[in-house]
Design a protein around this ligand. Structure first.
Ligand code: HEC
Ligand code: HEC
Length: 499
C-alpha cells in the first residue's frame, strides 16, 4: 500500500487515459484489501546480532562449548543434547530427559544407571533465528528479557535478578547463563558436584558461584584457554576467562548456526514473485496473513508478535509446580504440583494465566512435537487445535505424546547432610508416572486452561487447512535439514560428543 502512493503520484503526471487504464488493471487484478504480506520486509544481515557476522573465532569457541559436556555439573550433558543440529536444533520428543539420562532424541532413556528426577517440564524449543534482533524475550514464558528500567547492572531482567553479571552482549547470551544452573537440565543434584551445590545454596554470581566454578573448569583446560584468547583478545591470562565470555560465544554460535532465512517464503519476500511458492502455499500465505487470522499473533517475517497468548494448549508432564492444586499429592503421596501457569509466573498479572509466547513458525515443519509441552505429535494436529481450542483441549489424546521411557526415576530423601537421591520405590512408580497425564485428566485443571483461552473459534475447510500447511512447509529453509556439519568431532575437554 505504501509503495503505491508515489506510483499513483507519478501516474498523475501522465495522460489521463494511462491513469484510467492502469487503475482499471490494478482493480481487476487486486480486488481485495491491501496485501498484508507486502508490508513484510525480507530479513537481511542487519536483522541479526552482529549484523549476521560475529568474529569466526568467537563462533568456533561457541560451537565447541555448545557440544561440550564440561558445562554440566556431572559432565554428562551438553546444550546439543536437547538442541541437536540433526534434530532441528531440538530433540524430537515432547519433554526432554535431562542430565542423568543417556542417548539422543527418541532414543534417549533413563535406565537403572542413568536415573533422572523426572521429565523436563516444557518442550525443548528449536533455536532457529533466535539471533534475530527482534526477539525481546527468551523462553516459553519470556522470563529472560531486557531490563528496561535499568535497575539491574546486567541490563537483563532474569530469574537470577542482581546476581547476573554485566558484560552479556545480547538477550541470547543472557539466556545461555541459565541452562547450566538447572538441576534437571545440566547442573545435577545437590551433593553430586560443586556446581549443583552452589546452585542449591543460591550462589550463582561472584567468586565461587556456579558460573565462576564452570569458568574454572574452562580455565583449567589448556585448549580452552587458547580458544578464549583467540576469540577475545582482551583476555591476557587464563584467570580472566569468565562464564560471561562463554555465554557470549555460545550466543554467537547459535545466532549464526541456526539462522534460517532462505526458505521459499524468504525468496518470495525478496523477489515478490508468487511462482516461487506452490499454488497451495500461496493460498495458504494469503489465508495466514489474511482471513484465517493467524498473523494476529504470528505476525511479521518470523511469524511472531513476541507476545503471550492463552490458546488452551494441552499440558502434559510434570509441569512447573505452579498453583495450589494438590489433587495429585493427595492421590499419590508425591509432594508435587503439576500446573504450568506460563507468563503469569513471571508477571503475576492474572490476565497472563496460561499465556505462552507466540512461537516463531520458521522451520516449524521440522520442529515437532509442538506446543509448549510438546503435546501435539503432528503439525496438522496443532494447527487444527487453533480452530476450536477448547474443544481440541477436551478431545486431546495423550497417547500421541512422544514421552521417552524413564525406567528409573529418583527422588530426594532426607535433608541437609542427610540428603540423598534414591530410586522411587517400584511399587510407587506407576503413581509417579501418573503425573504425565494428570492435568489433562483432571477436570478442574483442564477447565482452568480452557477458561483462560483467548483464541476465538473459527471455521476453515479441509482445503484451507491443507493450504495453511503448505504455507507452513514453505517456511522450511532447506539448509536447516542438514546441519550435521555443525557437530564437532571432538571438544577441548575430551568428553564424548555423541549425544
Ligand atoms: C535438558 C534439555 C536442555 C538442555 C541441556 C539445554 N536446553 Fe535450552 N531449552 C530447553 C527447554 C526445555 C527450553 C524451554 C524452557 C522454558 O521455556 O521454560 C529451552 C530453551 C532454550 C532457549 C530459548 C529459546 C527461545 O526461543 O526462547 C535457548 C536459546 C536455549 N534453550 C539454549 C540452550 C543452551 C545455550 C544450552 C546450553 C548452555 C541449553 N539450551 C541446554 C532444554 C534444554
Ligand atoms: C491468539 C494468538 C494466536 C493466533 C491467532 C494463532 N496462534 Fe498459533 N500459536 C499461538 C501461541 C501462543 C502458540 C503457542 C501456545 C503454547 O504452546 O501454549 C501457538 C502455536 C502454534 C503452532 C505450534 C508451534 C510450535 O512450535 O509449537 C503452530 C503451527 C501455529 N501456532 C500455527 C497457527 C496458525 C496456522 C494459525 C492460524 C490458523 C495460528 N497459529 C493462529 C498463538 C496464536
Amino acid at each position: 500500500m505504501d509503495d503505491s502512493k508515489p506510483t499513483r503520484l507519478r501516474w498523475m503526471t501522465g495522460t489521463a487515459l494511462a491513469v484510467v487504464a492502469a487503475v482499471a488493471v490494478v482493480a481487476v487484478a487486486r480486488p481485495q484489501a491491501p496485501d498484508p504480506v507486502a508490508e513484510i520486509e525480507p530479513l537481511t544481515d542487519g536483522d541479526f546480532l552482529d549484523d549476521g557476522a560475529p568474529a569466526p573465532e568467537i563462533v568456533e569457541l561457541g560451537r565447541v562449548l555448545f557440544f561440550d559436556k564440561i558445562l554440566s555439573g556431572n559432565r554428562n550433558i551438553s546444550c546439543a543434547t536437547c538442541h541437536h543440529p540433526s534434530l532441528a536444533s531440538a530433540d524430537a520428543v515432547s519433554l526432554s530427559l535431562g542430565e542423568g539420562a543417556t542417548g539422543l532424541g527418541t532414543d534417549r532413556a533413563a535406565g537403572p544407571d542413568q536415573p533422572v528426577l523426572g521429565r523436563i517440564p516444557r518442550n525443548s524449543p528449536a533455536l532457529f533465528n533466535v539471533g534475530a534482533r527482534e526477539y525481546v524475550t527468551m523462553f516459553h514464558d519470556g522470563r529472560v528479557e531486557p531490563d528496561t528500567v535499568g535497575s539491574l547492572g546486567s541490563g537483563f531482567w532474569t530469574p537470577a535478578r542482581e546476581q547476573l553479571p554485566p558484560g552479556l552482549d545480547s538477550l541470547l547470551a543472557a539466556q545461555a547463563m541459565f541452562p547450566v544452573l538447572s538441576e534437571e537440565e545440566m547442573a545435577g543434584h545437590e551433593g553430586e558436584n560443586e556446581i549443583a551445590d552452589a546452585v542449591a545454596t543460591n550462589r550463582l554470581g561472584g567468586p565461587g558461584g556456579a558460573w565462576d566454578l564452570l569458568a574454572a573448569r574452562l580455565r583449567a583446560t589448556p585448549d580452552y584457554v587458547a580458544l578464549f584468547q583467540e576469540a577475545f583478545p582482551e583476555i591476557d591470562q587464563a584467570d580472566e576467562i569468565t562464564f560471561v565470555h562463554a555465554a557470549n560465544a555460545i550466543a554467537a554460535f547459535e545466532a549464526t548456526a541456526f539462522r534460517a532465512d532462505d526458505s521459499p517464503f524468504d525468496v518470495y519476500l525478496r523477489e515478490r514473485d508468487p511462482t516461487v511458492l506452490l499454488a497451495s502455499a500461496q493460498r495458504g500465505m494469503d489465508l495466514f496473513y489474511g482471513e484465517a487470522g493467524c498473523a494476529a499473533c504470528h505476525a511479521g517475517a518470523l511469524q511472531t508478535d513476541h507476545g503471550f497468548h492463552a490458546i488452551a494448549m494441552p499440558q502434559i508432564g510434570p509441569g512447573r509446580g505452579h498453583g495450589r492444586d494438590d489433587s495429585y499429592w493427595r492421590a499419590t503421596g508425591f509432594h508435587a504440583r503439576l500446573e504450568d501457569f506460563g507468563r503469569y509466573a513471571v508477571t503475576f498479572d492474572p490476565a497472563d494465566l496460561y499465556r505462552f509466547r507466540t512461537p516463531s513458525l520458521r522451520n516449524v515443519a521440522l520442529t515437532g512435537p509442538w506446543g509448549h509441552a510438546g503435546a501435539y505429535a503432528t503439525l496438522e494436529g496443532v494447527v487444527r487445535h487453533h480452530l476450536d481450542p477448547v474443544a481440541a483441549l477436551e478431545a486431546y489424546d495423550i497417547d500421541q505424546a512422544l514421552l521417552s521411557p524413564a525406567a528409573t526415576v529418583i527422588e530426594p530423601t532426607g535433608q541437609g547432610s542427610e540428603l540423598r537421591f534414591d530410586p522411587v520405590n517400584p511399587a510407587r512408580r506407576a503413581d509417579h508416572a501418573l503425573r504425565d497425564g494428570w492435568v489433562q485428566q483432571t477436570d478442574a485443571l483442564r477447565g482452568s486452561i480452557a477458561d483462560a483461552n483467548e483464541l476465538p473459534s473459527r471455521t476453515l475447510s479441509d482445503g484451507e487447512i491443507d493450504d495453511l500447511l503448505a504455507f507452513l512447509h514453505a517456511l522450511t529453509d532447506p539448509t536447516s535439514r542438514e546441519l550435521d556439519h555443525l557437530v564437532p568431532t571432538a571438544v577441548p575437554s575430551g568428553l564424548p560428543v555423541a549425544d
